[in-house]
Design a protein around this ligand. Structure first.
Ligand SMILES: [Cu+2]
Length: 375
């Protein structure tokens, strides 16, 4: 019995005895519901609601079944008892306001069960997960790679690279049906995530890192690719491209059309040229639009001291109190362009390079014209 020191003891045990009337029949009812739930998930084809595109999807659905069966069974018991007890042990009209319910302490049998059962449930779920995930991700690393394709995340779209096709493929990602595929995903700017619900696989696309997805296509169709990592203002519309799984002949025709289309495309990664940029015909209006897309996350149009990540840029070219740039050079358009080209590492952190910000030379000219127009 709990007692608060110094307070007068006014206690009235609930008049309801033990676990309450009807506890065991009610437990029987919950058990019936839990069994019905398990039966439902054992027999229902999940692909009725969720189409599958690759073989591993079916295996992952088996795992979903286990999780849904166990999780919903627990939900039925926990919620069922919560409702049952709150009705049976509700405060009666004539109860004093400080009446307590039945106090159960040191019930070793109960404590044993609520330790053993969840432990078994967690071990079961882990075992089921490892059994499905190990062959998909780890053991398959030693099997032939099949068709190796790359996908690169950008703000806010995906591009693809195929062996034998120059440069990058845009639009939808095509794959032949019935083929093992290794998909290497990465990103050019921020962290994105490559998710095709019909594959049941999801992988982060991280700049500077290649993550691997392995699967075998097994159903012709068009399946949406969705970015599931918040990646900037247009993240929400990064779901407009499809994985198109098609018969081999159709895939071959699509593949050939890109070989022709990209025949002269370059495979070289974008390079920062060492030559200074021609700033003569930059447009301040175009620069303003670019600034809001590419720079405003890190820079305010405000005085130098108004820092976000980097300093405020309002007076960067016309502030007598700011004669030198952080690069140590005088504040001139050419020296600002130099920072936009090569980036800058200093006490504020890292200003990204032209390639990391995905800026063309013309973009830089426009941005410098815009910064120059701010007085
Ligand atoms: Cu994204």
């Amino acid at each position: 019995m709990m007692r608060l020191k110094g307070l007068p003891v006014v206690e009235k045990e609930s008049s309801v005895k033990g676990l309450g009337p009807g506890f065991w029949p009610f437990t029987g009812l919950l058990t019936l519901l839990a069994i019905a739930n398990i039966y439902f998930w054992a027999v229902t084809p999940l692909s009725r609601w969720m189409p599958t595109a690759v073989t591993v999807a079916t295996q992952i659905d088996e795992l979903f079944r286990v999780f849904l069966a166990v999780g919903i069974a627990l939900f039925i018991y926990i919620l069922g008892y919560a409702i049952f007890f709150s009705i049976v042990f509700r405060a009666r009209k004539d109860d004093p306001p400080d009446a307590l319910g039945v106090q159960i302490h040191d019930n070793h049998k109960l404590e044993l069960w609520w330790t053993v059962l969840p432990t078994i449930a967690v071990i079961l779920i882990s075992w089921a997960s490892v059994r499905v995930w190990f062959p998909i991700q780890i053991a398959s690393a030693s099997t032939p790679a099949g068709l190796v394709v790359e996908s690169i995340g950008h703000q806010w779209f995906y591009t693809f690279r195929y062996p034998g096709i120059n440069g990058e493929v845009t639009g939808n990602m095509h794959l032949p049906v019935g083929e093992p595929v290794t998909l290497n995903v990465s990103s050019e700017d921020v962290i994105h995530s490559f998710w095709v619900p019909a594959m049941r696989l999801k992988q982060d696309m991280v700049p500077g890192l290649i993550n691997v997805m392995r699967f075998t296509t097994d159903r012709v169709g068009r399946y949406r690719i969705i970015c599931t990592e918040f990646c900037g203002v247009e993240h929400g519309v990064m779901n407009k491209q499809y994985l198109v799984i098609e018969p081999k002949a159709q895939f071959a025709a699509w593949y050939h059309s890109w070989q022709v289309k990209n025949a002269t495309a370059s495979n070289a990664l974008p390079q920062i040229s060492s030559a200074p940029i021609d700033l003569s015909d930059g447009s301040a209006a175009a620069g303003q639009v670019l600034f809001s897309q590419k720079c405003s996350a890190c820079h305010a149009i405000a005085p130098f001291s108004k820092r976000i990540v980097g300093p405020g840029l309002k007076g960067v070219l016309h502030d007598p109190a700011h004669p030198n740039l952080l690069s140590g050079k005088p504040a001139t358009p050419a020296n600002v362009a130099d920072i936009l080209q090569h980036g800058l590492q200093g006490s504020y952190g890292q200003m990204p390079t032209q390639v990391q910000n995905a800026l063309t030379d013309k973009d830089i000219a426009n941005l410098v014209a815009y910064l120059n127009s701010l007085k």
